[in-house]
Design a binder for this molecule. Structure first.
Ligand SMILES: C[S@@+](CC[C@H](N)C(=O)[O-])C[C@H]1O[C@@H](n2cnc3c(N)ncnc32)[C@H](O)[C@@H]1O
Length: 250
């Protein structure tokens, strides 16, 4: 029996070359910042870490230096193929397509980060992942949901934020030039057609509680966008701080 063709969605967008970064410098600055943020979250040397929806993870090797094992989990096939090529010989990086991969042992992860992914997942799709995330977390392990879109963000605030980051990191001209293509390009078209999933903080916290997590909103978001949100969650059946997991999310 032939299955119905699936309508293209966000994963298809991330599986193709895109112009979400205004230039290569923007892309590099972004991934360097994400690597720094993950490093700041490591609970201990030798931690087992999984980066879900890691994208190009350009500085994963820097994170892996301080991990026992770093799983780069990326569902977009061409992006994953490039990660596999880049890290084929790395002793501590394993590239996977799915958190359910048996190489990620149950109750093994000290840190599971999900940065800038929730907006591309339907609510039900994200909810389906939560039992799996919970099973893979070690006692005392921490799930970090970062760059989560709140119910409303303003285009003016988003634009000002991009330009501020660009000015600070030396790609202001490219950012000014890139604004037009961000406004009318494929991302904008898909955003109008598919929308982005947004979460009210109390809604996300309630969902996490229903799935057996004790969660809280972090005072600041990871990454460059202060208008988005970060949440930290632990298994609710574990006392805080087990296995030395201490989240310093500055
Ligand atoms: C904005 S990128 C985030 C990359 C990286 N975490 C970062 O912060 O730069 C969004 C990621 O979400 C992933 N993604 C989108 N839809 C997905 C889906 N349905 N299932 C799993 N991953 C998905 C994409 O493959 C992509 O890597």
């Amino acid at each position: 029996m032939r299955s119905e063709p699936r309508a293209p969605g966000w994963l298809d967008f991330w599986s193709r070359p895109h112009r979400i970064y205004v230039n290569d410098r923007h892309r590099r600055v972004h991934y360097a910042r994400i690597a720094d943020e993950i490093l700041a979250l490591l609970p201990r040397p030798g931690a087992r870490v999984l980066d879900f929806g890691c994208g190009e993870a350009l500085e994963a090797h820097r994170v892996a230096e301080r991990c026992g094992r770093l799983f780069l989990c990326e569902a977009a096939e061409p992006v994953r193929a490039e990660l596999e090529r880049r890290y084929a010989d790395h002793p501590r990086i394993t590239v996977i397509a799915d958190v359910a991969d048996p190489r990620v042992a149950e109750e093994s992860l000290d840190l599971l980060v999900v940065v800038s992914v929730l907006q591309y997942l339907a609510r039900a799709e994200f909810e389906d992942l939560l039992p799996l995330f919970r099973r893979k977390l070690a006692p005392g392990g921490v799930l970090v949901l970062a760059d989560v879109l709140p119910p409303a963000t303003s285009v003016v605030a988003d634009t000002a934020n991009l330009l501020r980051t660009a000015a600070r990191h030396g790609f202001l001209l490219a950012a000014l030039g890139g604004l037009a293509s961000l406004a009318v390009g494929e991302y904008a078209r898909l955003r109008r057609r598919l929308g982005l999933t947004r979460w009210a903080p109390e809604e996300l916290l309630a969902l996490l509680r229903r799935h057996g997590f004790a969660a809280e909103r972090n005072p600041r978001n990871l990454g460059f966008d202060p208008n988005r949100m970060t949440f930290l969650a632990r298994r609710a059946d574990q006392p805080r701080g087990v296995a030395g997991a201490k989240v310093q999310c500055r």
